[in-house]
Design a protein around this ligand. Structure first.
Ligand code: SAM
Length: 345
């Protein structure tokens, strides 16, 4: 069984198809692992193509399952392909591909939420952050149950230039429920605009490349699936610490359709809430009548910096959690800044 390279394409030796293998091993999709397999070669090729030029680069595929996207990636001749799969039932499938690919493929059994990618790729592919993107790619038809928390975790890693992003601005090609894909790319004022849109667009250039009908998957999920590419920006729009940005964006999105002054109030404890929200919007030069979903990234930038400024005088504001402090009054009374005089801000 030999692997044949023809220019920029690589032909795998004849292998049983993922569909045959699933039948052979009598594999049933596990609901708790969100297993919906994509077995249509045209579509898996399209996902691999969406990742751009991967020839000779390092690719990490998340959740390869029976390996159909894996095959499409291999055909595009990456230097190395590392697949990270949680379900050991797929090991025989992946090991067969590993052998056929002449060790170009490396299989890691593990949970992507805890895999450390800090040393996963080849050193010579490393790039400076402000240089072009390295030839390193993350690709995945992610389990829906982990896709959003994973994306948030990765955005934080991007902000800190750690994990895979210690190698530079590593690009991602990922699948989400179509609605989530639409949220990721939604502009201010858009129907799907939400905090995920702001967080993703602050650190990455995002693109919803195409949609796959749910009926193309085995078993079919109830929803369609969107393929999204994310490319880390050299400079995020809002440069403050990830957690501070997340806090302000989360709270400012509390009441999506209402005037943003209502959402802004949730950043502050009850007894100073109204005055401080006015102060925040005034400092940030944001019109309090703007609806939360209409806020632009530039407005969020001013809001985060105004909130950060207010926190310098009252650091406990950073810890305040709307609805999270079981006794708001007590929290504030035990707080050194309880004599908060908003006039000073
Ligand atoms: N890529 C395959 C395809 O397109 O046919 C499978 C996609 S299926 C939606 C998601 C895959 O991710 C499954 O193989 C599942 O076992 C795996 N998976 C689920 N949670 C995971 C995790 N936390 N880390 C790594 N793999 C995971």
């Amino acid at each position: 069984k030999k692997l044949v390279q023809n220019g920029s394409r690589l032909r795998l030796p004849p292998l049983p198809s993922p569909r045959d293998l699933i039948n052979l091993y009598k594999l049933r999709a596990k609901k708790q692992l969100s297993q919906n397999f994509l077995l249509d070669k045209r579509l898996t090729d399209k996902i691999a193509k969406a990742a751009g030029a991967i020839k000779d680069g390092d690719v990490c595929e998340v959740g390869p399952g029976p390996g159909s996207i894996t095959r499409s990636i291999l055909k595009r001749v990456p230097g190395r392909l590392i697949v990270i799969e949680k379900d050991p039932r797929f090991l025989p499938f992946l090991e067969m591909l590993q052998e056929a690919s002449q060790e170009r493929l490396k299989v890691v059994l593990g949970d992507i939420l805890s895999v450390d990618m800090q040393k996963l790729f080849r050193e010579d592919l490393r790039m400076q952050w402000d240089d072009r993107c390295p030839n390193i790619h993350l690709i995945g038809n992610l389990p829906f149950s982990v896709s959003t928390p994973l994306l948030i975790q990765w955005l934080r890693d991007i902000s800190l230039r750690q994990n895979a992003w210690s190698y530079g601005r590593v690009r991602m090609t990922l699948t989400f429920q179509k609605e989530v894909a639409e949220r990721i790319v939604a502009e201010a004022n858009g129907r799907q605009r939400c905090r995920l849109s702001v967080m993703c667009q602050n650190w990455c250039d995002v693109k919803h490349v195409f949609t796959i009908s749910g009926s193309s998957f085995v078993p079919p999920p109830d929803v369609d699936v969107g393929v999204v590419t994310l490319r880390p920006k050299i400079e995020p729009i809002i440069k403050e610490d990830f957690h501070l940005v997340e806090k302000v964006v989360r709270q400012m999105s509390t009441f999506r359709q209402k005037k943003c002054i209502r959402s802004a109030q949730t950043l502050f404890p009850p007894h100073v809430r109204e005055e401080m929200a006015v102060k925040l919007l005034h400092l940030a030069e944001v019109n309090p009548d703007t609806r939360s979903f209409q806020l632009t990234l530039e407005e969020f930038k001013r809001l985060v910096s105004a909130f950060s400024y207010m926190c310098q005088d009252y650091p406990k504001l950073l810890k305040y959690q709307y609805g999270g402090n079981s006794n708001d009054k007590e929290f504030w009374e035990n707080n050194e800044s309880r004599d908060l005089d908003i006039g000073e801000l």
